[in-house]
Design a protein around this ligand. Structure first.
Ligand SMILES: [Zn+2]
Length: 382
């Protein structure tokens, strides 16, 4: 995307640029690979006159890239958020999910979640820059290296930017038919460790206390907390225990992953887990909180942002297909929970996130980019 190539915001230029981003594979846990993607994004931001900050990656994750672009006025601005990592390991592009076009679909790792959305945001900014126009408010573009891991190294930086901003626009994939995201459930993780007593399973079985058997009791109790009618779901998705078949296992570990609609349910889960008692008197249970994405709840300010987007879409003749509460978390959970009005799901329309069928709809590219241009020029115009 040289300065001029995106000025027209046409689908083929944007699609070509998504192809370039998708061609730089960037699985979260491979810092070198993610940083090659950061290099490309940094190039693009420099080309549109952004000032760049790059925080060196931590704990084996890639760098955090921040680009600042001046607005027509100063003061708190728009935080434009996206992530550069994908869930697809290196080699996916040469194997299960090659970059390819099939009718209206552009397939490739991250085409939908969420290199496509990032490119839309960049295209909107490049378009304004090429025409000598500016967003009304200053824009801080933040590209995160570890979102698919729960943003373990980026959360403090995101929250620091959220504290300085007027609102956040998150470029995560849109919902079906183009729906924008105005709320997300919280995602809560706990690690559960059960200790028993080991013994020879043949010779001295009666001396043992099986950690696996104990864990089985706990899993049933934990999963019974799920209440689908309230969107409160608790999943034990990982479990590991035992070493030998002829030994009573003295250790079993599990990961609890829960979806909570609001903070009350997060507290409810915590209280229920804290109250777990060992089924066997000699077993021990230890609970450790893991990564947490707090619930992202719709506020009147978020509704106002959404209505502004609807007004812009109407003027442009773009169908949005309403607002949605998204099931999965995003970095928008952090900005919204910090009190920042957050509009998410502004990225491409498509499907197959986290699968080998991931695609972006080419027909969605130009309209979504135009919507972002309109938002950048309208937000702050009170
Ligand atoms: Zn994503």
């Amino acid at each position: 995307m040289s300065a001029g190539s995106m000025a027209s915001l046409d689908a083929s230029a944007i699609g070509d640029e998504i192809g370039r981003w998708v061609s730089v594979e960037s699985p979260s846990a491979d810092a070198e690979a993610v940083n090659r993607m950061v290099d490309l994004a940094e190039d693009r931001l420099r080309a549109m006159g952004a000032s760049i900050e790059r925080q060196v990656g931590q704990q084996g994750c890639g760098d955090i890239l921040t680009g600042r672009i001046a607005g027509q006025s100063e003061g708190p601005g728009i935080l434009m958020l996206g992530h550069l990592d994908t869930v697809h390991p290196l080699g996916t592009l040469q194997g299960a999910l090659p970059l390819r076009r099939d009718g209206d679909r552009l397939y490739g790792p991250g085409a939908y979640d969420m290199k496509g959305g990032n490119v839309l945001g960049f295209a909107a900014l490049a378009h304004l820059h090429a025409q000598g126009r500016r967003p009304r408010l200053p824009v801080t573009v933040m590209m995160i290296p570890d979102e698919e891991l729960g943003s373990p190294t980026s959360r403090p930086a995101i929250e620091a930017e959220a504290a300085r901003a007027a609102c956040a626009l998150v470029l995560e994939p849109s919902g079906g038919g183009g729906a924008l995201t105005v709320a997300r459930h919280g995602m809560v993780r706990y690690h559960l460790r059960v200790e028993g007593v080991s013994a020879h399973a043949g010779a001295e079985h009666e001396k043992g206390v099986s950690a696996i058997r104990e864990m089985a009791h706990q899993v049933l109790a934990i999963e019974a907390l799920s209440d689908n009618a309230r969107d409160f779901t608790v999943n034990v998705g990982l479990i590991r225990g035992g070493i030998y078949e002829n030994r009573v296992p003295d250790l079993c570990e599990a990961t609890v992953y829960a979806r909570v609609p609001g903070p009350a349910e997060a507290d409810e889960l915590r209280a229920a887990l804290d109250a777990l008692k060992p089924h066997h008197p000699k077993a021990r249970i230890t609970l450790t909180p893991g990564l947490y994405r707090p619930p992202y709840e719709k506020t009147p300010q978020i509704q106002a942002l959404y209505e502004l987007a609807c007004a812009c879409a109407d003027e442009l003749g773009i169908a949005l297909n309403g607002a949605r509460v998204a099931g999965g978390g995003s970095d928008g959970n952090f900005t919204a929970a910090a009190g920042l009005p957050t509009l998410d799901g502004l990225g491409v329309i498509g499907g197959g996130p986290h699968t080998h069928e991931e695609y972006a709809l080419i027909s969605s590219l130009a309209p979504r980019a135009r919507l972002l241009v309109a938002l950048l020029e309208r937000i702050g115009a009170s």
